[in-house]
Design a binder for this molecule. Structure first.
Ligand code: ZN
Length: 359
């Protein structure tokens, strides 16, 4: 009898210990150990810099090729992606993209679809559409081409038939439509100061924030079979309530968190419980991403140092209870200390499901 009780109490102690262990959030010491996927990077250099950093930190990379004038050309980005994939299939994945040149003219959709076939055969796991759709590209009449333009339909149908998810960067952070002194973060303030051509507050003749959000919502509703990934929290980074409503309305949508952490920190500094509850409720719909980009002009040592610090800042915020000073907010921000199971989904399992199920 004594022995039974002893065994039983040992069992209860072990169970209690495991339960407590399950509820202890990760620490900074766990960062390099836990398997992770960064679902939004741009690795535009065919050397081992970014991959070595990824391996060291137990990250797989999803490198997004994008029709962006400041990056190398789309074909150069694809060449780099193929080379890096050949170098390390375990840690490197990539998406393809297509150029808008010729949109609306005969043969455009056929050319794009052929390119998508070839890139899927080379290993691409998704397709990216950049913010030039909605903000920059114009049709023959000079009107902005919107994401729900019927000209995209044959390409979207093809993307669905290839079973590739679509990553869409629609619009900009809402700060982009506000005067500098009303923006919530210094990173947006300095980015739009340096990129006046993308700073919509200076271009009131251009599409409004809500016009772009509405076009995207019509697009997602129009293609319920499309696996839609809204890059940068679907540009709803300023309000977890608004993002929750989007995810509730569109069950085929997920979002990545890339380069929008400070806007969320701004919210958790004001309502910690609400922001933490958002991550827990939508734990199956959120994909960790950084938007770290290595380009040919970058110095490898400096890139490595900055990327490591950036990854650690995000982990400290999402995974641990630590408080850190965030210069872009001029504030001390307390970590959300999300449960380990939630972190494992946001940092790994969701991206496996959405992007890498076939690999
Ligand atoms: Zn990006």
């Amino acid at each position: 009898m004594r022995n039974t009780i002893a065994v039983l109490s040992t069992a209860i102690l072990m169970w209690a210990g495991q339960a407590a262990g399950a509820e202890t959030p990760y620490s900074m010491a766990d960062f390099a150990r836990v398997p992770k996927i960064d679902s939004h990077v741009h690795d535009n250099v065919a050397d081992d810099t970014f991959l070595a950093l990824a391996r060291k930190n137990n990250f797989e990379l999803l490198s997004i090729n994008v029709d962006y004038p400041d990056f190398p050309s789309l074909s150069d980005q694809a060449t780099v992606a193929h080379a890096l994939r050949a170098r390390d299939k375990l840690h490197f994945h990539f998406t393809t993209a297509f150029a808008m040149k010729g949109f609306g003219t005969p043969g455009w959709a056929e050319r794009v679809n052929q390119r998508l076939n070839a890139e899927k055969a080379a290993g691409a796991v998704a397709v990216k559409i950049w913010k030039n759709v909605g903000l920059i590209e114009t049709d023959a009449k000079g009107h902005k081409i919107m994401l729900d333009d019927p000209g995209f339909d044959p390409v979207i149908a093809h993307i669905i038939s290839l079973q590739l998810p679509l990553i869409d960067h629609q619009g900009e952070p809402k700060n982009c439509w506000l005067p500098l002194d009303q923006m919530s973060t210094d990173n947006d303030r300095s980015y739009f100061k340096e990129h006046p051509n993308y700073y919509m507050y200076l271009h009131p003749e251009g599409p409004s924030y809500e016009t772009l959000m509405a076009a995207r919502d019509r697009f997602v509703a129009k293609h319920p079979d499309l696996h839609f990934v809204g890059a940068h929290m679907a540009s709803l980074e300023w309000s977890v309530d608004r993002l929750a409503a989007f995810l509730d309305r569109y069950p085929n949508a997920n979002v990545d968190l890339a380069a929008r952490m400070t806007q969320v920190m701004y919210q958790s500094a004001r309502d910690y419980k609400k922001v933490r509850a958002f991550y827990i409720k939508y734990q199956d719909r959120l994909l960790y991403g950084s938007d770290l980009a290595q380009n040919p002009s970058d110095k490898p040592a400096q890139f490595t140092r900055e990327a490591q610090a950036f990854w650690e800042m995000d982990w400290r915020y999402l995974a641990t209870p630590e408080t850190q000073h965030v210069a872009d907010l001029k504030a001390d921000i307390k970590g959300l200390a999300l449960p380990r199971t939630v972190i494992d989904k946001i940092y790994y399992r969701n991206a496996k499901r959405v992007f890498l199920a076939g690999q």
